[in-house]
Design a protein around this ligand. Structure first.
Ligand SMILES: Nc1ncnc2c1ncn2[C@@H]1O[C@H](COP(=O)(O)OP(=O)(O)O)[C@@H](O)[C@H]1O
Ligand SMILES: [Mg+2]
Length: 325
């Protein structure tokens, strides 16, 4: 057991289009941790990172990277190869969460409802003829549909399709962001994001944040101020609030996630939470949903992040309190 505050190295930046969000997440978590007495440095993801990690061997790395390498498990693979401890899911769990069809399959095996879907690569459209494939999709899944890249984030390439004529265009914009499309039944309902944290007593859901926006919660709606309203806690009746909390915890467990995650759900007309996707490196900026939910739960962010550090540096998930200085 360490008898001093561990040195935490936050990874923020990287080359994804979410670089700016990542840098802001990094700054906020660093400030909160420093306020809670933890020794923190922030490092970008560039060609100086591996030499720095090798030389300094921080006791804990906290990757706050959003988008591909940050969330697809590859940075975590590198940290594993270096034998370093880190916050959040391991490489395999990250990879499962990053792939929407895999995450949906695991969620549904765990008893969490998720919209019916198919996963179709672009090559199949060439082989079988796009019109015939789309006709089969429409006959099977009906309308409306959500079309999105099977991996990705920030709603890039995501389209809600309400009429058959709009489907080909949705496919084109989806394939601009990835070579495999996930086509799922669209849910007309209340969108909520449920953050889950585990500081040693098992995963626990924070109050759901309700997302109210005109049209889909797309890139503009997320990053342009004023396009979206957030309500924490969500305006759900107590039974539905319990169901969404349980669904997010079930997803966290089913995918083998660690420390923190954020599950996006759409509550359908029957009050059933439908799993949409899960984020293993949720945004942690001043306006992000996980910190909003934590504050609504009465938590102090510095103390929460410090507890996450304590559990993450502990061997085998054992909780080791970090002494105050
Ligand atoms: N099946 C669906 N039904 C209705 N809206 C959806 C569906 N899937 C996605 N959306 C809308 O599109 C947004 C982005 O989709 P999502 O799969 O969460 O992508 P990302 O990984 O970018 O968060 C969601 O926040 C939601 O508003
Ligand atoms: Mg989402």
């Amino acid at each position: 057991m360490s008898d001093r505050t561990p040195e935490v190295l936050i990874l923020a930046g990287g080359l994804s289009h979410e670089r700016d969000v990542s840098l802001r997440s990094g700054r906020r978590v660093a400030e909160a941790l420093r306020g809670a007495g933890v020794d923190v440095t922030v490092h970008d993801v560039d060609d100086t990172l591996l030499p720095a990690l090798r030389e300094r061997r921080p006791e804990l790395v906290w990757p706050l990277l959003h988008g591909a390498t940050g969330e697809d498990g590859s940075v975590r693979d590198v940290l594993e190869m270096l034998g370093l401890r880190y916050v959040g899911a391991g490489p395999r769990a990250s990879r499962c969460a990053w792939s929407k069809p895999v995450a949906k399959t695991l969620a549904s095996q765990a008893g969490v409802a998720t919209p019916r879907f198919v996963t179709l690569p672009q090559s199949l459209f060439r082989e079988l003829g796009a019109a015939e494939v789309l006709r089969t999709v429409l006959d099977s899944l009906g309308l409306p549909l959500a079309v999105k890249p099977s991996r990705g984030g920030s709603a890039l390439g995501v389209t809600l399709v309400r009429s058959a004529e709009d489907l080909p265009r949705a496919m084109v914009s989806c394939f601009a962001y990835g070579d495999t499309a996930l086509i799922e039944q669209a849910v007309d309902g209340t969108e909520v994001a449920v953050s889950v944290v585990d500081t040693g007593d098992g995963p626990r859901a924070l109050p759901a944040v309700e997302i109210v926006t005109e049209g889909p919660y797309d890139y503009d709606a997320r990053y342009f101020p004023g396009r979206t309203e957030y309500f924490t806690p969500a305006g759900l009746d107590p039974a539905t609030a319990e169901r969404v909390a349980a669904a997010a915890v079930d997803v966290h467990r089913a995918l083998g996630l660690r420390h923190l995650s954020r599950t996006d759900l759409l509550v359908d007309a029957d009050g059933v939470p439908q799993f949409i996707d899960v984020n293993t490196a949720p945004g942690m900026t001043e306006t992000s949903l996980l910190p909003q939910a934590a504050v609504a739960d009465g938590l102090d962010l510095g103390s929460l992040y410090r507890s996450i550090v304590e559990i993450a540096v502990a061997p085998d998930g054992e909780h080791v309190p970090v002494p105050s200085d």
